[in-house]
Design a protein around this ligand. Structure first.
Ligand code: ZN
Length: 821
C-alpha cells in the first residue's frame, strides 16, 4: 500500500513528459529531426516518469553510442518481467512446455511484440515516431488498457550512429540546394544499408545485440520492422507479401503476416488514410533481413514501407506523377497526390503500430497458441527427417570457417551439439568432435534454410526481392552433410565452438604454411607487419627465425592451423619474396559504397592495414610512390568516373575520380602497382587500361529482359585449373574447385597476356537462381592481366560478399598480401 501511494505521489509531482517538452518540437514537424541524444534522452526521461516504460541499454553501437531497448507494458507486468521472459522461453520451446505450463501461460502471459525503428537511417520518420508511440502507450487511457495483455518491446533506432550521421547532414545543408539530398558516406560505419542484410551472419555489433535479445532473452511472437521506400509510389506497403514463399516458412506464419498487415490497412482506411498497398515488391523468399529471420524462428515477421520525404523536408507530387496500381483488393483507395510531410509518415506509422498492439492484446491467446503450434510442427517435421540432421565433421580445410558457421547458428538460437565419440549415420562414420545440428528443434527452419541449397523459382518472371541463394556451407567452404536416417550418438550441447588449437610440428627455425585457411592470411599479415620475410615455395609459404616462431605459434594456437618446422630449406622451388606489408590503398568513392565498407571491415578483421583513398587523393597522381596495391570495390564503372552530380551533392563530394583519376590509376599499374577490381569495377579497368578482356555479361543490360542472363544473388561453382593458375600467388592454397558469390556480376573472355585463374563449368549454379546459366560455361570468373610492369586482378564476383563468403576471402587476401610487386 505504501509503495502504491508513493508511486501516486511521484506521478503527481513529475507528470509524464511529452516529446515536444523534451525536444522542443512535435515529432514529425517539417524540417525538424531529433538526433540520438534527443531521442534517447526523451526515452530515458519517459521511463523515469512513467511506470509503464522501462529502458535498457543492450550494449554499445559500433561507434560507441548506447543501444536502447524499451519495454512498455502495464505496471503489473513491469513488476514480473523475469517471469514473463521465463514464460516466453517456455513457449518458444514446446519440448519443455508441459500441458500445465501452457494452460497457466494461456491464462496470464501477455503477448510479446517488438517494434523496431529506423534500421535504415535515411528512413528517418520512425525514429521520430517512436517517441510519440511510447508517450501515447504510457499515457493514453485507450492505449494503456491494452498493456495488461501485451508487452511492447521497442528499439527506438536500430542504428543510432546512422541516425546522428543523417540528422547532422540534414541540419548542415538545410536551407541550401542540397537539403534532404544524398550523403557522401555510409550511415553505418562499415555496412551502410546492408545492416539489414546481416541477420544470419551477425557480423556487426548491432545485429548481435538484437539477435541475443530476440532468440535468447525475449522470444517475441511478432516482430515489426518499420521502413520507408522511394517517394513516388504508393504511400504505404503493408503485407500480404508477394510470392514466392520460402518452403521453410510455416503456413500459419504466412497467414498471420497477412492478418497483421490487413489489420493495419483496415485501421488506416478507418482513419481516412489512402494509398495503402499489398503484394508489392516484397516477397517471402529471402533470408537475412530483420523481417525474414524471425520468421525462421516461428515468429510473425512483418515490415511496412512508407513513401519517403526528403529526410525532414516535404515533397509535393501531382496525382499523375505518383506510380500507383489500379484500384482493387490490393489497393482499395489511391492517394490523391499533394504535399507529403514527415508528419504524414509518422501518422501512418502510429496507426500501424497501434493496430499491431491492439491485435496482439485482443488476440493474445491465439498469438500464444500459434507460436507454440509452429514450434511444435518444426520439432515434429525435423524428427520425421528429410533431413534428420546436419553433420559438420571436424576434418575441414579451414577449421575457423567451420567453427564460425557453427557459432553463427548457435548465436541465432540453433542447438548445436558436439559428438563425444565417433558415430555412424547414413552409412558414414563421423569422428568424435563432429558437430551435429539436429532438425528436431524449434529453430529448424533457420538452420535448414542456411544449410541447404536454395532452388528459387520466379513467379510471373519477377526477380526475387533480394538475393536468391545463401547456403552457408557453400559460401564458407565448409562440409556439412545432410543425414536423412535417424541415428544415435553421444552428443554434448555447445554454446560456442573454437577451433582445436593448432601448433608448430617438427623442429627447426624454418616454417612452412600451407596457406589453406583464412587464419593463415591473418598470420601472414602479422608476419609482414613485423618485418618478417615471407617467401613462396611451391604451394607453400616459408618464413624463418624466432620472431616468426613466436607469431606463428600464437596464431596457430588461437585459430587452429598447423605449421611445419624444418631445419634446412629445400633447394630450389623458391618464388616471390615479400619483406613487408604491402602499402594498400582502398578507394572510397563519395557515393556511400557498401562493398567498400565490407572490404574495409574484412581487412580490419584480419589485421590487414590499409589507407583510404578519396577522389582527391587519386587525382593527385603519384600513386605508385605511395602504394603497392589499390583496391576498387564493386561499383559501376561510370560511378567511379563521374560519382554524384554536383546538382545533388556539395561540390567537394561531386564528380568521381574523373579522367585525371583514371589516368593516375593507369599510371600506377604501368609503373608496377597491383590494381584489384571487385566485380563491377572490373569494367572500369577493362576500359581504362585497355585490357585484353571482355565482360561478356556487360551487354546483357540491354535487350528484352526475358532473354537476358540473370542471376540476382546466387552461388556458382568455379574451377581453378592446375596449369592455368600455376605461378600465380592469387590462388595459392585455394582448392581446385570452389563456390563463389555472384550478384548480377561479371564473366570474362580473355586473350594473352591476360589469363583466367578460375573458369565456370557447363552448369555452374549451386544455389539460388540463374537464367541461361549455360552462358557462363568456359568463361572466366577471375583474371590476372599484366599491364606495363604491374598487373590487374579482376574479380568477376564478390569475394567478400556481405562478410559471408569465407570460402573466397583467401583469394582477396592473397591478392593484397602476396600479389603486390
Ligand atoms: Zn529500409
Amino acid at each position: 500500500m505504501t509503495s502504491l501511494l508513493l508511486l501516486a505521489v511521484l506521478q503527481s509531482v513529475s507528470p509524464t513528459v511529452r516529446p515536444s517538452d523534451a525536444i522542443g518540437f512535435e515529432p514529425g514537424t517539417d524540417s525538424m529531426l531529433a538526433d540520438w541524444k534527443q531521442v534517447s534522452g526523451y526515452m530515458n526521461a519517459l521511463a523515469q516518469g512513467s511506470p509503464y516504460v522501462r529502458v535498457d541499454t543492450l550494449g554499445r553501437t559500433t561507434e560507441g553510442r548506447p543501444f536502447l531497448l524499451l519495454t512498455i507494458t502495464s505496471p503489473a507486468n513491469q513488476g514480473r518481467l523475469a517471469d514473463i521472459k521465463r514464460g516466453q522461453a517456455l513457449l518458444a520451446d514446446p519440448r519443455r512446455l508441459t500441458a500445465a505450463d501452457l494452460e497457466d501461460l494461456r491464462a496470464k502471459q501477455p503477448a510479446v511484440i517488438l517494434i523496431s525503428n529506423n534500421i535504415h537511417s535515411t528512413e528517418v520518420a520512425s525514429s521520430q515516431m517512436g517517441m510519440t508511440l511510447a508517450y501515447r502507450l504510457a499515457t493514453d487511457p485507450e492505449w494503456r488498457r491494452l498493456l495488461d495483455s501485451v508487452v511492447v518491446l521497442m528499439i527506438p533506432s536500430m542504428n543510432p550512429d546512422g541516425l546522428d550521421t543523417v540528422v547532422s547532414w540534414y541540419r548542415r545543408y538545410k536551407g541550401t540546394r542540397y537539403e534532404g539530398g544524398p550523403l557522401p558516406w555510409l550511415y553505418h560505419k562499415y555496412i551502410g544499408h546492408d545492416n539489414n542484410r546481416d541477420w544470419f551472419m551477425l557480423t556487426q555489433v548491432e545485429t548481435r545485440l538484437v539477435t541475443r535479445m530476440l532468440y535468447k532473452e525475449w522470444f517475441p511472437e511478432i516482430v515489426y520492422d518499420v521502413h520507408q521506400m522511394g517517394s513516388n509510389g504508393v504511400r504505404l506497403f503493408v503485407p500480404p507479401f508477394q510470392d514466392p514463399v520460402n518452403p521453410n516458412l510455416d503456413p500459419a506464419l504466412v497467414e498471420a503476416m497477412s492478418l497483421v498487415g490487413t489489420q493495419m490497412a483496415a485501421s488506416l482506411y478507418d482513419a481516412g488514410m489512402t494509398g495503402i498497398a499489398h503484394q508489392q515488391t516484397y516477397d517471402l523468399w529471402w533470408h537475412g533481413g530483420f523481417r525474414s529471420t524471425p520468421t525462421r524462428h516461428n515468429m510473425v515477421g512483418i515490415l511496412t514501407e512508407a513513401a519517403s520525404t526528403r529526410l525532414g523536408s516535404p515533397i509535393t507530387l501531382s496525382v499523375d506523377s505518383v506510380r500507383q496500381p489500379g484500384p482493387g483488393v490490393n489497393y482499395p483507395a489511391p492517394w490523391p497526390g499533394g504535399t507529403w510531410h514527415l508528419g504524414d509518415i509518422v501518422r501512418y506509422e502510429l496507426i500501424t503500430s497501434q493496430a499491431l498492439v491492439r491485435l496482439a492484446a485482443r488476440d493474445r491467446i491465439n498469438v500464444i497458441d500459434r507460436f507454440v503450434g509452429v514450434g511444435r510442427r518444426a520439432v515434429e517435421d525435423g524428427l520425421a527427417g528429410n533431413p534428420f540432421a546436419y553433420v559438420l565433421p571436424p576434418e575441414q580445410r579451414d577449421p575457423e570457417a567451420w567453427t564460425t558457421l557453427a557459432n553463427v547458428l548457435a548465436a541465432g538460437g540453433v542447438e548445436v551439439w558436439r559428438a563425444a565419440e565417433s558415430f555412424t549415420a547414413d552409412g558414414q562414420t563421423y569422428a568424435a568432435g563432429s558437430l551435429v545440428v539436429p532438425m528436431g528443434q524449434p529453430y529448424r527452419a533457420h538452420a535448414k534454410d542456411l544449410l541447404e541449397a536454395q532452388h528459387y523459382t520466379p513467379v510471373a518472371d519477377r526477380p526475387p526481392y533480394d538475393v536468391a541463394g545463401w547456403t552457408l556451407p557453400f559460401t564458407m567452404g565448409v562440409r556439412a552433410d545432410a543425414v536423412n536416417t535417424p541415428f544415435s550418438a553421444n552428443l554434448v550441447k555447445v554454446d560456442s565452438v573454437t577451433p582445436t588449437p593448432g601448433r608448430i610440428e617438427g623442429s627447426g627455425e624454418i616454417f612452412f604454411l600451407k596457406n589453406r585457411t583464412n587464419a593463415e592470411s591473418r598470420a601472414v599479415a602479422a608476419l609482414l607487419a613485423a618485418g618478417q620475410t615471407v617467401t613462396i615455395v611451391g604451394d607453400s609459404l616459408m618464413v624463418r627465425g624466432p620472431r616468426a616462431r613466436a607469431i606463428l605459434s600464437d596464431h596457430a594456437a588461437r585459430h587452429g592451423f598447423t605449421v611445419t618446422a624444418v631445419r634446412t630449406a629445400p633447394a630450389g622451388g623458391q618464388g616471390a619474396t615479400r619483406q613487408r606489408l604491402p602499402r594498400i590503398g582502398l578507394y572510397q568513392p563519395w557515393t556511400g559504397n557498401i562493398d567498400e565498407g565490407w572490404t574495409r571491415w574484412l581487412f580490419e578483421q584480419y589485421g590487414i592495414s590499409y589507407t583510404t583513398l578519396h577522389d582527391g587523393d587519386v587525382k593527385k597522381g603519384g600513386l605508385r610512390q605511395r602504394f603497392d596495391v589499390i583496391v576498387l570495390s564493386d561499383a559501376d564503372g561510370s560511378a567511379i568516373l563521374r560519382g554524384v552530380d554536383s546538382s545533388r551533392i556539395p561540390l567537394q563530394y561531386a564528380g568521381g575520380m574523373g579522367e585525371s583519376g583514371a589516368n593516375a590509376v593507369s599510371e600506377f599499374v604501368r609503373g608496377g602497382g597491383t590494381l584489384v577490381c571487385l566485380d563491377g569495377s572490373s569494367n572500369f579497368a577493362i576500359t581504362h587500361l585497355n585490357l585484353p578482356v571482355v565482360n561478356v555479361l556487360a551487354g546483357e543490360a540491354s535487350g528484352p529482359q526475358v532473354l537476358r542472363f540473370y542471376a540476382p544473388g546466387s552461388i556458382f561453382g568455379v574451377r581453378l585449373g592446375r596449369v592455368e593458375r600455376a605461378g600465380s600467388p592469387v590462388t595459392l592454397g585455394v582448392p581446385d574447385s570452389l563456390d563463389i558469390y555472384f550478384e548480377n556480376s561479371a564473366a570474362f573472355t580473355v586473350s594473352a597476356p591476360a589469363r583466367a585463374l578460375a573458369t565456370y563449368p557447363d552448369r555452374p549454379l549451386r544455389s539460388g537462381y540463374a537464367r541461361f546459366q549455360e552462358r557462363l560455361a568456359g568463361k572466366a570468373a577471375l583474371v590476372e592481366a599484366p599491364v606495363g610492369s604491374g598487373r590487374v586482378i579482376l574479380f568477376g564476383f564478390r569475394p567478400q560478399f556481405r562478410g559471408q563468403t569465407h570460402g573466397t576471402f583467401k583469394l582477396l587476401f592473397n591478392t593484397v598480401l602476396l600479389a603486390a610487386p
